[in-house]
Design a protein around this ligand. Structure first.
Ligand SMILES: Cc1cc2nc3c(=O)[nH]c(=O)nc-3n(C[C@H](O)[C@H](O)[C@H](O)COP(=O)(O)OP(=O)(O)OC[C@H]3O[C@@H](n4cnc5c(N)ncnc54)[C@H](O)[C@@H]3O)c2cc1C
Length: 444
């Protein structure tokens, strides 16, 4: 057996150990939360980090350095860390499982915080208490980095059967879960025909990554001579970001495989008869990836941090301070990562990326350390960088860089620079970027 195959099988076994993929937002199971205390507090004040993804791991690691006098506890439901960044490349075997999977216990040991594998059930802000499947844990500071949830409600309302069917058969693998393995198996098993891929309406997790996935799947189908057509149904009027780079890739590399359809928001989906009706026409499909609407994770709703519009409707994202990421009425409670809502009237949401989540995690570690010392918090301006692989023979990527500054009117301003010319050098940079990120929050 080759090393790559052994690694893949090891990864698959690890996934088998994971709990089943989360149910769609409509069908949350009742979670029993014991009334016993899981971890009594010692003398040290405690920071509880909820969610061990890109944001949570970054916060936990940097808290140990910036605030060594505080106890840091990370609660995460998964037994292993699984990275969404690079997962598109893993789907078509450009990287193996060892790139994506990392040990929570090793990271916690390395940096000196406590990791508890448990499902978080509820948050009681009045008592500064988090309820988990194994008991409650009290906190002095709370950092919530729970990512996104995928909602099919706008398509199916209360039709749970349609939601569940879509989730099982056409899920998008956009959260760290066993969905990734199911998608990989599905791509490998595809024998040909029309493969539809919908994008969620913005804002959503990693805006350029659905197009990257389409390119890599197209490249895989070409290489393996599978007579496939990929139809991308995009609710937006054009590809964004890196639109120029993707258009060139679609035209020059995948003209025979990819059809890009703009203004194609989903109006109706019949997953049983395999028809999707959109604003740009109706499409039949043989297989599909349906990306439901993205919203802040369940925990942010339980926290009571979801914002409201002027009309009193939920914004679906956390309303937090645009630079400090804490709640207005509870300054010791921070929400970071993809769950964060609009931060600027100029650009709205930060791009929902691992890079931004890492930067927010690092910043929050400083803010909590400053609060703990009774000092004023000093705002940190963050940045974002993203590489997307569009070709596999040779391996070539495109990229986008986001820079931020505070404008004269006291609002954050964003400058975005696309690098649309695909080349191997950008793929090498992507690998270096990923390695330095993982080094930062996992330490290996
Ligand atoms: C295909 C794909 C490609 C991407 N590529 C890139 C890229 O190239 N560059 C980039 O910067 N970003 C990329 N991203 C985006 C990146 O993955 C996210 O922006 C990042 O993971 C956000 O971090 P987070 O901490 O907010 O959420 P996550 O990393 O999703 O972490 C949330 C964690 O909270 C845990 N959790 C949630 N609820 C509970 C609960 N009730 N109890 C216990 N634990 C809970 C989850 O298990 C999870 O581990 C990509 C995403 C995808 C899907």
């Amino acid at each position: 057996m080759t090393t790559a195959r052994r690694t893949l099988l090891k990864g698959a076994a690890a996934w088998g150990a994971l709990s089943a993929a989360p149910l769609p937002a409509l069908a949350q199971p009742f979670l029993f939360s014991p009334s016993t205390e899981l971890m009594p507090k010692g003398k040290k004040r405690r920071v509880l980090v909820l969610g061990g993804g890109w944001g949570g791991l970054s916060a936990a690691r940097h808290l140990r350095e910036t605030a060594p006098d505080l106890e840091v506890v990370l609660l995460e439901k998964n037994p292993i860390f699984w990275s969404c960044p690079l997962s598109n490349k893993w789907l078509v075997d450009v990287v193996d499982t060892s790139f994506l999977v990392h040990s929570y216990t090793a990271a916690a040991r390395r940096f000196g915080y406590t990791y508890v594998q448990t499902e978080i059930a509820d948050i009681d802000r009045d008592r500064k208490r988090v309820h988990t499947a194994q008991g409650f844990v009290d906190y002095d500071w709370l950092v919530v980095s729970a990512g996104v949830r995928v909602s099919y409600e706008p398509w199916f309302g209360n039709d749970r059967q349609a939601s569940a069917y879509t989730h099982v058969n056409y899920s998008s693998a956009y959260v760290p879960s066993a969905e990734h393995l199911a998608l990989k198996q599905k791509i490998k098993a595809f024998k040909g025909g029309t493969f539809v891929m919908t994008l969620p309406p913005p804002p959503h997790r990693c805006p350029p990554s659905p197009y990257e996935r389409a390119c890599l799947m197209a490249s895989y189908f070409q290489r393996n001579k599978i007579p496939a057509k990929i139809v991308i149904l995009d609710p937006k009027p054009s590809i964004s970001p890196i639109g120029g780079g993707y258009r060139r890739a679609f035209d020059e590399l995948y003209d025979d495989v990819i059809t890009y359809v703009p203004n194609a928001g989903v109006k109706e989906l019949d997953p049983f008869n395999r028809v999707v009706k959109t604003a740009a026409g109706d499409f039949r499909f043989d297989d599909a990836i349906f990306m439901g609407h993205h919203q802040a994770a369940d925990l942010v709703w339980k926290l009571g941090a979801v914002g409201k519009t002027a009309e009193g409707k939920a914004t679906n994202w956390a309303a937090v301070h645009p630079e400090f990421y804490n709640m207005k009425d509870d300054p010791n409670v921070f929400v970071i990562g993809d769950s964060v809502g609009a931060v600027s009237p100029q650009f709205g949401h930060y791009p929902k990326s691992g890079h931004i989540a890492n930067r927010m995690g690092r910043s929050v570690a400083q803010y909590i350390s400053q609060q703990a010392k009774g000092q004023p918090m000093k705002p940190v301006i963050i940045d974002n960088l993203c590489y997307m692989l569009v070709n596999t023979e040779p391996l070539e990527a495109i990229s986008v860089k986001f820079e931020y500054k505070m404008g004269p009117e006291g609002h954050l301003l964003q400058t975005l620079t696309d690098d649309i010319f695909r080349r191997p050098q950008l793929w090498q940079e992507d690998l270096r970027w990923y390695g330095s990120m993982v080094q930062d929050f996992v330490g290996s």
